[in-house]
Design a protein around this ligand. Structure first.
Ligand SMILES: N[C@@H](CCC(=O)N[C@@H](CS)C(=O)NCC(=O)O)C(=O)O
Length: 215
């Protein structure tokens, strides 16, 4: 059997998948590529992921690569059912997918819009600033929604599990993204507690430390 490969890049949305891989306990070959150097646009990488993005989980034995964070989370949860990355019962699993797709959508239509505002409206600095501020504010609203949901959970996790699941990893990453936009987040006590819980999972802490080392 050839090990599945996680193609990723440090300090990107690939970091979310890297944490999920770590939490799964699966033995993947983790390969970091450089977006700055354009590694993701080489013919070799495009043959693996024609989207030219990270992350991707390549499964050589099946001759496929899986992309998109919720799909990668689902594959990891199925490949490592004992990890508890997603619940196994149909309703718990659907609720897990609900949170994963919600986080994915919110990341794209709030935080990413804010990050990309300057590029999208390169010819209009004032409009770009306005778009960035509006998108960042929507990102703040998304964080408030997660924080309120967590407040209702006795275990303080999105699916109310005693352990960290894939949606918890994604939600914690959204809080991290807010830092780049300098959004005030001190009042999101429940989300901050969840992030601390995620970061304290030894395998996740090790994955994040490895990314820090690589830079
Ligand atoms: N929808 C994708 C998002 C992937 C994505 O936007 N990746 C960024 C890094 S955060 C990327 O590879 N950007 C390179 C590019 O677009 O040139 C997912 O869920 O993984």
């Amino acid at each position: 059997m050839t090990k599945p490969i996680l193609w990723t890049s440090t300090r990107t949305s690939g970091t979310i998948v890297h944490q999920m891989v770590a939490a799964s306990g699966l033995d993947l070959d983790i390969r970091f590529i450089s977006l700055r150097k354009g590694d993701h646009k080489t013919p070799e990488y495009l043959a693996i992921n024609p989207k030219g993005e990270v992350a991707a989980i390549q499964i050589p034995d099946a001759g496929v690569a899986i992309t998109e964070i919720p799909a990668m989370a689902l594959w990891l949860a199925d490949a490592a059912p004992e990890s508890g990355l997603l619940p196994r019962d149909p309703i718990g699993r659907a609720k897990g997918m609900e949170w994963l797709t919600w986080c994915h959508f919110r990341m794209a239509n709030t935080f990413y819009v804010a990050f990309q505002a300057d590029g999208l409206l390169a010819d209009d600095v004032a409009a770009a600033a306005k778009l960035r501020a509006a998108a960042a504010a929507r990102g703040g609203e998304a964080l408030a929604f997660v924080d309120a949901a967590l407040a209702r959970q006795p275990n303080g996790t999105l699916l109310d599990t005693p352990h960290v699941t894939a949606p918890d990893i994604f939600a914690a990453a959204l809080l991290f993204l807010a830092g780049f936009l300098k959004l005030p987040t001190d009042h999101f006590a429940h989300l901050k507690a969840l992030s601390a819980k995620v970061a304290a999972v030894p395998a996740i802490a090790a994955a994040l430390a490895r990314e820090e080392e690589i830079g």
